[in-house]
Design a protein around this ligand. Structure first.
Ligand code: GLU
Length: 510
């Protein structure tokens, strides 16, 4: 295979949907798998849909995901500039080349006259298409005398250049994921390629010209672009570039959790999950939540996205970026839509939570503690995080799971009190307190054995006494291993908490 060059070519029209991130990811993985180049090109020729801040959002998102851009907006490269608005001058020449060769024509139809045609067609229950059937009767250079075309242009009438779609021809295309796709050209309309109004190309022209100039070998993009493929094939042919045209792979849609229809922001809002990688504030101030702000690890997010549409052909589900780069292939990307599952997203985060080093998690928890005015020793926080992470999905769960390590319970769970703080149990705990006070070794296993042996010898109910101890330390019947807690709190704090419970808790008489 020639050296692989792929591009991610988003339009900065708003925040990047997770489907867009997946497209970027698959391009990146494909490039890495084949030792190729991953290019970022910003397709900002649609000035009407341009949204300030969207480009930065795209680059920030890729950076957060660990998708490194080799060439393009950011690092630059041999085909700079990579922002289409900065390549404006390039495109007219190519549009004119098509007009010269008879593959395109000037059209002067005003937006109003086209609206009228649309309304007319609609009243007949039809949809208007500017195509081979009607172009012969409209205001374009196919019909107007050359002199008039020239005159109109000279006097400043606005014009567009439209592609002259060949009539009744079968275009046979190959898609790496979908196989052969055939379309009859008579079903296509004559798309606008260039507009004099803003001296800008449309997506189709700029995209083809740039893919050609940037020597793109594979176009990997969302399924929503499949209907444009015949036009793109025809454009390559019209330019005489068919020989070197890229191979195409159209990725399946991301579907709603119900499996019915395309995953939308509305689904996320309704069901409480983000559809964007990072939080996004729209120009009107509307805030949309992001995976980063919701507490997802980028590795978990990427891992989840990688498996939404691609499968490794094995049972393996947890993949690092490096492993994905080694394993990815377009042949294992499915044709049918991939159903998004918010629960699975959480599951992936929990898996990464469990395997992440305690030190890394502690560093993420430290700011939370600081915000609560708690100063804690890093080594101690590491230990605590290590103990609670098996029950955590997000770093945001740590406080709830571990607050008792940092603060003595301010209150005691009434149900637990009712269940265990009764009869002789408090006085048994008082005896246990004395045992602990005299104990030199507070490391968990020996301490557990000692206490358990003592309870057995005294013929006290094991669960009742242990739960009273837990209640006095934690304030409830939750938490990790009791003697791990005792050991980490240390003797002084353990005894103080027992004393406090004995002093404040009324004995339940049930
Ligand atoms: N600018 C297009 C988009 O926003 C790119 C489509 C393509 O990759 O050809 O998705």
């Amino acid at each position: 295979m020639e050296k692989v060059r792929v591009r991610f070519a988003p339009s900065p029209t708003g925040p990047l949907h997770i489907g867009g991130v997946r497209t970027a990811l698959y391009n990146y993985l494909f490039a890495r798998r084949h030792g190729g180049t991953f290019i970022l090109r910003i397709e900002d020729t649609d000035s009407q849909r341009y949204v300030a801040g969207a480009e930065k959002y795209i680059t920030d998102s890729l950076a957060w995901c660990g998708i490194e851009v080799d060439e393009g907006v950011g690092p630059g490269g041999p085909h700079a500039p990579y922002r289409q608005s900065e390549r404006k001058e390039i495109y007219l020449k190519y549009a004119l080349q098509l007009v010269e060769a008879g593959h395109a024509y000037y059209a002067f139809d005003t937006p109003e006259s086209l609206d009228e045609l649309r309304a007319e067609a609609e009243s007949r229950g039809e949809a208007f298409a500017y195509n081979h059937a009607v172009r012969g009767g409209l205001e374009n250079s196919l019909n107007l005398p050359e002199a008039e075309v020239k005159e109109r242009m000279e006097r400043g009438d606005q014009w567009v250049i439209r592609f002259r779609t060949p009539e009744n021809e079968e275009v046979v295309m190959n898609d790496i994921i979908r196989g052969e796709v055939r379309v009859n050209t008579s079903t296509l309309d004559d798309k606008v390629l260039y507009k004099s109004a803003d001296s800008l190309p449309t997506y189709h022209l700029a995209n083809i010209v740039d893919d050609h100039l940037m020597e793109i070998t594979h176009v990997i993009r969302g399924e929503e672009w499949l209907p444009s493929l015949p036009l793109h094939f025809l454009l390559y042919r019209a330019f005489g570039w068919s020989e070197s045209q890229p191979l195409f792979a159209h990725l399946p849609l991301l579907l709603k959790p119900t499996g019915q229809g395309k995953l939308s922001k509305r689904d996320g809002d309704k069901m409480g999950f983000p559809v964007f990688p990072l939080e996004w504030t729209s120009p009107t101030g509307e805030v949309s939540r992001g995976y980063r702000e919701d507490g997802y690890f980028p590795e978990a997010f990427i891992n989840m996205l990688a498996l939404l549409g691609w499968n490794p052909g094995t049972e393996q589900e947890i993949f690092s970026m490096g492993e994905l780069c080694d394993a990815f292939s377009l042949e294992r990307v499915g044709k049918s839509g991939a159903r998004f599952s918010p629960d699975k997203a959480k599951w992936f985060n929990a898996q990464y939570m469990h395997i992440k080093p305690d030190a890394e998690l502690a560093a993420l928890f430290m700011p939370v503690l600081r915000e609560k005015g708690i100063t804690a020793d890093a080594a101690r926080v590491e230990k605590i995080v290590g103990m609670v992470k098996p029950r955590a999905t997000f770093v945001g769960d740590f406080w709830e799971l571990s607050s008792f390590f940092f603060e003595a319970p301010a209150e005691y769970d009434p149900k637990t009190v009712q269940k265990f703080w009764k009869g002789d149990n408090p006085s048994r705990l008082r005896e246990l307190r004395e045992l602990l006070a005299g104990e030199a070794d507070f490391s968990p296993p020996p301490l557990h054995d000692k206490v358990a042996a003592w309870i057995t010898e005294k013929q006290y109910p094991m669960g009742q006494v242990m739960n009273c101890l837990r209640l006095s330390l934690v304030g409830a019947s939750k938490g990790p291993d009791l003697f791990e807690i005792v050991s980490l709190l240390g003797r002084d704090e353990t005894l103080a908490r027992i004393d406090r419970a004995l002093a404040t808790l009324a004995v339940s008489d049930q």
